[in-house]
Design a protein around this ligand. Structure first.
Ligand SMILES: [Zn+2]
Length: 276
């Protein structure tokens, strides 16, 4: 009986080691990628950079393994994928150069969905979207107020710790169409990139470029850069920006998107002054 007991104990010990190896010491499984809806519907100006933006966002999703992309490119796809019910399947929405009054099935439900703890990221003309919908402007943090000719600017990096800007120099030289903003309140956002003078006539002032903000339990990231193909794509043939600028832009938006999805930490508290 004693021998049998020892054999049994040995078997139990072996089973314990096997279970320990299988469950106790194995590396934790990576989290499932987040699901993101990329919206590129336009009801106003349509940027030629939209197909490039779609490709770059898909590549960033793939390379980072952080998220998977789905697209809403048509009114029918907006109706199908942005109802209150359909939005539940997504962790975030990206407005990549959208313009005008988009025919969302339920605009208020979209804002409530973000407030519930989801992520929103917008590029360039995302602020030239929903001109007659103050709730959207309040969510994104500002509205397009025109632009001058495309120009080279020295963008001031306001947060060299954050995932959207930590790879950028203190002053980042970019050539793009630079938006002017209205309905922007610096006390409601955390500034990421800005200009301390008008992009074209160089009059001193506060000209925000990128910011992040909390919105209810949700997170909102916006960058006004992204008009030109060569700022999205380092391989675009006809260039005014170096490939390095496009690579830096991709990291800028990837950092913002990952934060909006809750995958990175970023200070979203408003700064005390315009350039801090
Ligand atoms: Zn533009």
């Amino acid at each position: 009986m004693k021998t049998l007991h020892i054999i049994r104990s040995g078997k139990l010990l072996l089973a314990g080691i096997l279970i320990g190896c299988t469950f106790g010491f194995a590396a934790p499984a990576p989290a499932a990628p987040k699901k993101v809806l990329v919206v590129t519907v336009t009801k106003g100006f349509r940027h030629s950079s939209i197909p490039t933006a779609e490709k770059v966002l898909a590549a960033l999703a793939e390379v980072s393994s952080a998220f998977k992309v789905d697209y809403a490119r048509t009114d029918a796809e907006l109706a199908e994928k942005m109802s209150a019910e359909a939005l539940k399947q997504y962790d975030g929405v990206i407005f990549a150069n959208t313009t005008g009054d988009l025919p969302l099935p339920d605009k208020e439900a979209f804002l409530e969905w973000i407030k519930s703890g989801k992520g929103f990221a917008g590029m360039h003309s995302a602020t030239d979207t929903f001109p007659g919908f103050p709730g959207y402007t309040e969510m994104i943090g500002g509205h397009f107020n025109g632009h001058g000719p495309q120009v080279k600017v020295d963008v001031i990096n306001q947060d060299q710790e954050c995932p959207a800007c930590k790879h950028l120099p203190a002053n980042w030289e970019v050539f793009d169409e630079i938006y002017l903003m209205k309905d922007f309140d610096r006390t409601k956002v955390h500034g990421l990139l800005t200009l301390d003078k008008h992009p074209n006539n160089k009059t001193p002032g506060d000209y925000p470029i990128a910011w992040c903000k909390e919105y209810g339990k949700g997170r909102v990231f916006y960058t006004s850069l992204g008009h030109r193909e060569d700022i999205w794509d380092p391989k675009w043939p006809d260039r005014k920006n170096s490939p390095e600028v496009a690579e830096a832009y991709q990291k800028h938006i990837l950092g913002g998107i990952k934060w909006a999805l809750g995958l990175e930490k970023m200070n979203a508290k408003p700064q005390k002054t315009a350039v801090e």
